[in-house]
Write a new protein. Sequence first.
Length: 397
Amino acid sequence: MTATLITNIGELTTNVAAHGDALGTLHDAAVLIEGDRIAWVGAGGEAAAVAARFAGASARAHLVDAGGRAVIPGFVDSHTHLVFGGDRADEFEARMTGTPYAAGGIRRTVAATRSASDEELRARLAAFVAELHGQGTTTFEIKTGYGLTVADEERLARLAAEVTPEVTFLGAHVVPAEYSERRVEYVELVCDAMLRACAPHSRWIDVFCERGAFTPEESRRILAAGVAHGLEPRVHGNQLGPGEGVRLAVELGAASVDHCTYLSDDDVAALAGSTTVATLLPGVEFSTRQPYPDARRLIDAGATVALASDCNPGSSFTSSMPLMIALAVREMGMSPAEAVWAATAGGAKALRRDDVGALAPGMRADLVMLDAPTRVHLAYRPGVPLVHTVWIGGAAL
Ligand code: NIG
Ligand code: FE
């Protein structure tokens, strides 16, 4: 089994609170990786002795001197829309001169996606995966939602499943143009033939529960159909205005409700009393010039907050988790530690994964070494590429 011993880590974020502070920070630390798992985490002074205890590990361990740099768990991006054709740079340009964001733009990407071949979509996905990995994202979710026919949604789910186990069926993204006078029929299609085609490739079901997309009643029906097919629910809610998305997600025990920009006191209380994660997507507000969600209010109330990129061609065409951290700290009232936790452990909770998002023996060896002495630099130096080395399942990129 291959082994790697990383020593001389100036600041190690484990996200294991037992080590002291909430992020389980260790200084002058070391990590031993065996195969694709973390074998040991601890004080640098003990590293050599510990490595020797692991059968064979010390003899064949690849030694890495971190030179005092910070190491954090790999980012967990729990919300992306990475399978699509074309882009909407023209729409972005118009928005920057005053045209507001509208969900209707999704239909343009639907048209471009339908006309792209499997090979084209596969090549773009591969490029996106490289882009994410290079920025320290080691686990990511991908939604369908730009096909909106049975055949197109099935192929988007299938292609996404080639690169991640976290595939979300989002046939309920918008009602496609050809069904605009027949929305009841479209909801029926999503709940029946489309769901049956996509469920074998998917873990999750999601609905865009928003004015201009799907009503709370339609959303409830679609999510229930997904659950009946063995999928787990998550919801896009309260992005463009107040609504029932958050309460629906909590009521259904959804893993996460995403956006959460317009929340009532009842919404916040419902999230705080639930296991549903509030996933905030500040790339959207940055790219659409809308007000940022109030992370401070959610955290102070006791809700669990995650950060994700929502990478998509309409509302947030960035896959950078360091950018999300910088925006969350500067615009949403989060401390640097809270933002780093939300982009790692928070994302893992939003995907109900207990093998990623923290660094402890037995967990996947997904780590990022920063070209910086502390994790604070992720927010302190926005826009600067600080990812030095990424390990995914124990293998350095
Ligand atoms: O999460 N909210 C719905 N879907 C995307 C936007 C997709 C698009 O504009 O193409 C989002 O923001
Ligand atoms: Fe989204």
